[in-house]
Design a protein. Structure first.
Length: 401
């Protein structure tokens, strides 16, 4: 993904050996994700190995850990993103966010990893009225299923630290953007649409604000966290300088040197009016100090778009499309005994949960899992599951998990 590929590249630059696990689902164009993976394999050779599959597939992820030998540290950035889509299909978020995080925490325990760093989200703050969101704030009122799963991940991570003692750090990211960013995010969409003369959608009156964080600053924060294990920690990684939507659009207009065509729409369910990170804890304990202003970050994004993305579009190719002459085979883990599962009734099984989870967490996971299967059966039992070679991929609503 966007953040994960940049973090992996930074680790490789400093001499680390990295194993990457990526499901390459179709939440957005998988060719973008494969291009990120190809960039790593072409640039770093034997020091990076890529496994394609679902973290929640127990056989697959166990194979990864067995094949890689002693894994010292885990940076868990895999997740199902998106506030609004989580309202339409909450169950896939439980699977991809909560179940996947629990699976990796259990493997970190089994293999004695030195540090477990994972992505949380600023969405856990909900509709907080605080001037700046602090890690000390009470975050018990999420306003979307996505935010709820991220909060549950924090609780589960704390449980594992409490029971088994290994260092764990959760990172509450504040709206990450930059060159090569996710095409479903506003910075990419606005730049793309303004440069093409297409309409942009403005939800609300333009007074909502977000704390946007440039990708290089986020990568710096992730690496600093990884290098400083310290019990159980939560860190805000943001910029600390929120930008109003109307100002955001004005900055895009200036950097693109053309006006935006705006279609104003009602505020969307699940959206929060404001985010602003209090980054004093990360400054003090990590030395985190974001360097990139929003306008400079958008300028760099526009430059990347014009010099790279627009050229791909001009030759009729999607962003980062890889031609046959550039294709680098991505090795897949070989899992013995894997079989295709053709119908939904073969997979109505409870997930294996690690020992030691609080009862209420276990019951929540199991009840949501069963509700998910029931929901799929009632809607489209034959098409709710898809298989990849050789690993099962759960893909409700046509989106791989």
């Amino acid at each position: 993904g966007f953040i994960g590929s940049h973090v992996a590249e930074a680790l490789l630059h400093r001499g680390e050996t990295v194993a990457v696990v990526d499901e390459v689902n179709d939440y957005y164009d998988p060719r973008i994700k494969r291009a990120n993976l190809n960039r790593l394999t072409k640039g770093w050779g034997q020091r990076v190995k890529i496994y394609e599959g679902d973290i929640c597939d127990e056989q697959f992820i166990n194979h990864v850990f067995e094949a890689e030998g002693p894994i010292r540290r885990i940076i868990h950035l895999a997740a199902r993103a998106g506030v609004r889509p989580s309202i339409q299909d909450p169950f896939i978020y439980v699977h991809s966010n909560l179940e996947a995080t629990t699976r990796l925490l259990e493997l970190a325990r089994i293999y004695g990893c030195d540090h477990f760093v994972y992505a949380s989200s600023s969405s856990v703050y909900g509709e907080s009225s605080s001037e700046a969101f602090s890690e000390q704030d009470v975050v018990e009122h999420p306003v979307s299923p996505y935010a709820a799963t991220k909060k549950m991940c924090e609780l589960t991570a704390h449980t594992y630290h409490h029971l088994y003692g290994f260092p764990v750090a959760g990172l509450r990211f504040f709206t990450v953007y930059g060159p090569g960013g996710r095409p479903d995010m506003a910075p990419f969409k606005f730049v793309d649409r303004v440069l093409r003369g297409a309409e942009i959608q403005q939800f609300g009156d333009g007074s909502s604000s977000r704390d946007y964080t440039y990708i290089d600053d986020i990568v710096d924060g992730v690496i600093r966290t990884l290098d400083r294990p310290s019990g159980y920690q939560i860190y805000n990684l943001g910029n600390g300088d929120p930008i109003e939507l109307r100002e955001f659009i004005g900055i895009v207009e200036r950097c693109c040197d053309r006006p935006a065509i705006i279609n104003q729409l009602p505020t969307q369910p699940g959206d929060v009016p404001r985010t602003c990170a209090d980054i004093s804890k990360a400054r003090g304990l990590l030395g985190y100090n974001p360097q990139t202003s929003f306008e400079e970050g958008i300028r760099r994004t526009v430059q990347w778009y014009q010099e790279h993305y627009a050229q791909d579009m001009a030759r009729g190719a999607p962003m980062h499309e890889i031609g046959p002459e550039d294709e680098v085979p991505i090795p897949k883990a070989e899992v013995s005994g894997a079989q295709e599962i053709p119908t939904e009734e073969h997979v109505r099984v409870l997930p294996d949960l690690p020992a030691g989870l609080p009862e209420e967490v276990s019951q929540l996971i199991l009840s949501l899992h069963l509700a998910s299967l029931s929901s799929r059966s009632a809607s489209s039992p034959a098409s709710s599951f898809a298989t990849t070679n050789p690993n099962l991929t759960w893909s409700p609503g046509g989106q791989g998990a």
